[in-house]
Write a protein that binds this ligand. Sequence first.
Ligand SMILES: Nc1ncnc2c1ncn2[C@@H]1O[C@H](COP(=O)(O)OP(=O)(O)OP(=O)(O)O)[C@@H](O)[C@H]1O
Length: 361
Amino acid sequence: MSEHRAGPVLDLHCAKRLGDFDLELSSILPGQGVSALFGPSGSGKTSLLRLISGLDRPDRGHVRLGGEPLVDVAGRRWVAVHRRRIGVVFQEPRLFPHYRVRGNLCYGLRSDTPSRFDDVVTLLGLDTLLERWPATLSGGEARRVAIGRALLSAPRLLLLDEPLSGLDGSRKGELIDYLQRLAAELALPMVLVSHDPEEVIALADHLLLLERGRVVDEGALPAVLGRLDLEARLDGFDGASLLEATVVEEARGTRLGRLAFDDGQALAALGVDAPVGTKMRLRFAADAVELSPPGAPGTLAARFVAQVPSRRDPGLVEIVVELAGQRLRARVAREAFERLAPAPGAMLRLIPGRPQASRQR
Ligand SMILES: Nc1ncnc2c1ncn2[C@@H]1O[C@H](COP(=O)(O)OP(=O)(O)OP(=O)(O)O)[C@@H](O)[C@H]1O
């Protein structure tokens, strides 16, 4: 998503008590891209989504969208759900069974905004589904219709509550592709509730990490993933790192192309489906990156930052290195690491494995 098409910023400064559970936070979510609310079951993700959408009121504080209060307890401001212009896609699609897909989509159409019906239908691949009844749709198709209906209400913000839950591998991959296209092509900030690391890595730009109703960390996804002290909380992410690089050699048939970092170092990556000059996001699995002896060819030079023992295996250490100003994590053999015994700031050589590339937004 281009920066000049930023939407409204979401300012959350609120508290709510639900039975024995306390939710309290003060965070700003960017006005563009996908912000993920991530945390274990019962951490407060859905409760926060309900405060944003207006399905619930906070006990204290405010929620502002683009500077405008949606609720402000002290200032006695309250904007009703239907006036917030926030699209919500729930876990279950909640389509109207007695309307065809076309009717379900038109239900959300606002009369005072130019119709974007055709654009939304194309973007979500709904052309061939328009005359179908909801009961005949697959889980992934029904989700796409629900997303389309939400988009056609011309929202200023789109909330997605676990949009991929319950879908199997290929359906999940397909919906991830559609959601990536939406995020890239619409100037619409999205908030994604998830406890699935795969979903977060594929879709999010920004991460709000929740635990027991509090924010543990927040920031750009690559920066949060690079924090070794959050290892236990980010366990499911498996130490993955996201780095940005530019295509310097297109893939020819194989989807295996070459990308370069800002410092000129280059490497081969899978999934390169973009022309030379395109910025892509590279996903490195922590287990795929290895330490190499000094001077080995075909390796990357990176500056050692920090290490912690691995919780998985006493024979491994988790390290963070800096590469072209970005942070990369690796899970390497303790023995190899101790042989090098790098001090912070020392240069290391890495065998990077073969990272997976995806389009940068
Ligand atoms: N209306 C309510 N009354 C009492 N407790 C509630 C209410 N709503 C939510 N809670 C409690 O608040 C906590 C947070 O719930 P919430 O649904 O926000 O978590 P979550 O992170 O979305 O979890 P999950 O991933 O399982 O959906 C839970 O302990 C839940 O039982």
